[in-house]
Design a protein around this ligand. Structure first.
Ligand SMILES: Cc1cc2nc3c(=O)[nH]c(=O)nc-3n(C[C@H](O)[C@H](O)[C@H](O)COP(=O)(O)OP(=O)(O)OC[C@H]3O[C@@H](n4cnc5c(N)ncnc54)[C@H](O)[C@@H]3O)c2cc1C
Length: 304
């Protein structure tokens, strides 16, 4: 499968509101919003963009809080890149960065590569999962990575082995600044899964998480030996509201855009929850979500 319709073209927009591209549905405009339809276009554009222009990568925006003033520089969104997904031999699969993790999970299960089923729990792209070492249902992205293909700021591509990266819980450190174009995964055929297994896993998760309302999933990483959700609940923060943002009363580690939240509402609530947990349990929670961009007042001062 290497599907992308022939009429898909690279696009470049100015002042594109990022709330249209994030799962929290908040975020100000990106100066440049670029969606390449091919890796060759992407290489060309990276080489042509002014060398001092910052670039930010965006998958499905399911782990990003973009501030209300938006992003000075370019956002490169991987959603139009060819949906590369190919089986190589018995246990290897190569997948492109812009592919949704759900599609990877479903196709691998059809190929009898059961250990890939956990990807169905990650509502992002393969590129985002590589950047975050995303995990679900006991599985973790980098447990299966054998190699990745990367691109740098000048558009140069490289193949890198797993050993070139330091991997930990929701943490990936590697040669920077480089971004992921694809990965080769190994899924041993020792666990059978089916589309019904995926459905059952998701149904179980639906029962404990507020999935119909805009969020970024878990806001904080779990501290060693504990759960951020438990600590937040213990600190009496479940259901707490600030503007349009709210700590879910179903799962305390989710902060919801329960109405017309701004990114500032969400960021302030994150800070207040963090302070409340530190007061009650002495634990300083670390955010799992990535917070980028400028606050509204900074953007206004800059003449926007
Ligand atoms: C309802 C819900 C449930 C969730 N459940 C889980 C869960 O169970 N487990 C879990 O781990 N996460 C979970 N998440 C968080 C999120 O889905 C993951 O972190 C996911 O991997 C982010 O992928 P993305 O494509 O949306 O990345 P984005 O949010 O777009 O980006 C996240 C980071 O990755 C970087 N990035 C994106 N693409 C690339 C690339 N090609 N190369 C280099 N860097 C890149 C971005 O610059 C950014 O820093 C959940 C989110 C939601 C909304």
């Amino acid at each position: 499968m290497n599907a992308v319709a022939d009429d898909v073209k690279s696009t470049q927009l100015r002042n594109e509101p990022l709330r249209k591209h994030t799962s929290w549905r908040v975020g100000g405009p990106a100066d440049v919003f670029y969606e390449p339809a091919s890796v060759e276009d992407l290489q060309r554009t990276l080489a042509e963009l002014p060398a001092d222009m910052p670039v930010h990568w965006l998958g499905l925006g399911s782990n990003l809080l973009v501030r209300d003033g938006g992003i000075r520089g370019a956002v490169i969104a991987t959603g139009r890149l060819p949906r590369l997904l190919e089986k190589q031999g018995d246990a290897h699969v190569r997948a492109g960065a812009g592919l949704a993790c759900m599609l990877l999970a479903k196709q691998c299960v059809r190929w009898h590569l059961g250990p890939a089923a956990f990807f169905a729990g990650i509502p992002g792209t393969v590129g985002g999962a590589l950047a975050m070492n995303a995990g679900a249902f006991g599985g973790e992205t980098w447990n299966h990575v054998e190699a990745v293909e990367t691109i740098d700021r000048r558009g140069e591509r490289r193949t890198r082995a797993r050993g070139e990266y330091e991997i930990a819980y929701r943490t990936v450190r590697g040669p920077a600044p480089e971004w992921f174009l694809s990965a080769t995964f190994r899924f041993d055929r020792n666990t059978e899964s089916s589309l019904a297994t995926i459905k059952a896993l998701l149904a179980k998760r639906n029962a404990s998480q507020p999935l119909g309302i805009p969020s970024c999933g878990s806001v904080f990483r779990n501290p060693p030996g504990d759960f951020a959700g438990r600590l937040i609940e213990q600190a009496g923060q479940k259901g707490r509201r600030l503007g349009g943002a709210m700590v879910s009363d179903k799962h305390a580690n989710f902060i919801l855009n329960a109405g017309k939240a701004s990114a500032a509402d969400i960021e302030t609530l994150i800070g207040e929850v963090r302070a409340a947990v530190e007061r009650t349990s002495g634990v300083l929670l670390e955010p799992e979500v990535r917070i980028i961009g400028e606050p509204l007042d900074a953007a206004a001062k800059g003449g926007r």
